[in-house]
Design a protein around this ligand. Structure first.
Ligand code: TXA
Ligand code: MG
Length: 304
């Protein structure tokens, strides 16, 4: 723990567990530390990163949170929700971390180790998922180490991630609340609080530049909405009990929360088989299913 906090303070990278996925963390105020993140991930362009802080009070020192933003923060922080708001304190989250935007994405994670690090460090911590660019996000310590461990001065093992998909990204910029990325907090839970969400048009894809095609992609081709595997395919099953070689059950009982938690680890496991393709069972599109299907479409190479 002390080693991780020290590494952040020195401008080095840290593998940081969160409840969603493992992050590759750096001091958000330090542009050269943030540059190391892009280098380690091999990101082709400078997508803006999420600034992680310890509390709502800390978030308020970065950006003004309007009415809906405050309501969402109070309801879902700490937890898998990221709010995009106009930046107030531009030096606390450097230009590079924001990719030059005048907005900042903020999240208060719930994982106890992440909270401990953020409290001890004091400042904002930029942390994208710890995978190399274009690969599935790591949801176990071992997967995180395998992806970007070499670039890190410290790494914390927080066990398997309970949520398993990234945070929901919501923009709260101009009196409207927009869904930029479905994730660990469901659309239904957000809409119950602030009313119907505006969907993202093309313009918003630019405001959330990380939302490009072919994210989260395993090396093996992915075939969606498959009711059964074909000869030579691995299969991600849902809501049924199937046995056999290269069958991975997202949730035998059809529990979307369990499926989200298993998603990336099962994609990786299926990718390690010699299968000609990874077939994936249909997943209902409500609740956490929206985030799961978003990640699956990206894994299959479709623009979402
Ligand atoms: O669960 C998570 O959110 C994980 C853990 C580690 O916290 N982090 C994560 O970070 O998924 P990353 O960098 O992989 O995704 C950040 C997303 C991208 O889609 C990015 O475009 C969007 O947030 N984003 C960041 N800053 C933004 C901004 N100022 N405006 C719009 N979108 C922004
Ligand atoms: Mg990512």
């Amino acid at each position: 723990m002390a080693q991780a906090v020290g590494a952040l303070a020195r401008g080095e990278l840290v593998i940081l567990p969160t409840e969603t996925v493992y992050g590759l963390a750096a001091n958000a105020a330090d542009a050269s530390a943030v540059a190391r993140i892009f280098e380690a991930k091999g990101r082709p362009s400078f997508n803006p990163l999420i600034a992680h802080v310890a509390s709502l009070e800390a978030a308020r020192t970065l950006a003004h949170l309007n009415g809906p933003a405050s309501a969402l923060a109070e309801a879902f922080w700490p937890g898998p929700l990221t709010l995009v708001a106009r930046i107030d304190n531009a030096s606390a989250v450097c230009d590079l971390a924001r990719a030059g935007l005048d907005t900042v994405a903020i999240r208060v994670p719930a994982h106890p180790l992440a909270r401990e690090v953020l409290e001890a460090f004091g400042g904002a911590v930029a942390a994208p998922s710890a995978n190399r660019s274009g690969r599935p996000s790591p949801t176990t310590f071992q997967d995180a180490i395998e992806e970007t461990g070499d670039a890190c001065a410290a790494a914390l093992d927080g066990g398997p991630c309970a949520v398993g998909v990234e945070s929901t990204v919501v923009s709260v910029l101009d009196g409207t609340v927009r869904l930029l990325r479905p994730g660990g907090v469901t659309r239904e839970a957000i809409e119950a609080l602030v009313g119907p969400l505006q969907d993202t048009g093309d313009a918003d894809a630019h405001r959330s530049p990380g939302r490009l095609a072919l994210h989260y992609a395993p090396d093996t081709p992915v075939r969606l909405n498959a009711t059964a595997p074909r000869e030579g395919e691995a299969y991600l099953a849902f809501a049924e009990v199937l046995d056999g070689a290269n069958i991975f059950n997202l949730s035998p009982t059809g529990d979307l929360r369990e499926a989200a938690a298993n998603l990336f680890a099962h994609l990786r496991a299926a990718d390690r088989t010699q299968a000609i393709a990874i077939a994936v069972a249909p997943i209902p599109d409500h609740g956490l299913g929206e985030a799961i299907n978003d990640r699956l479409r990206r894994a299959a190479g479709f623009v979402g």
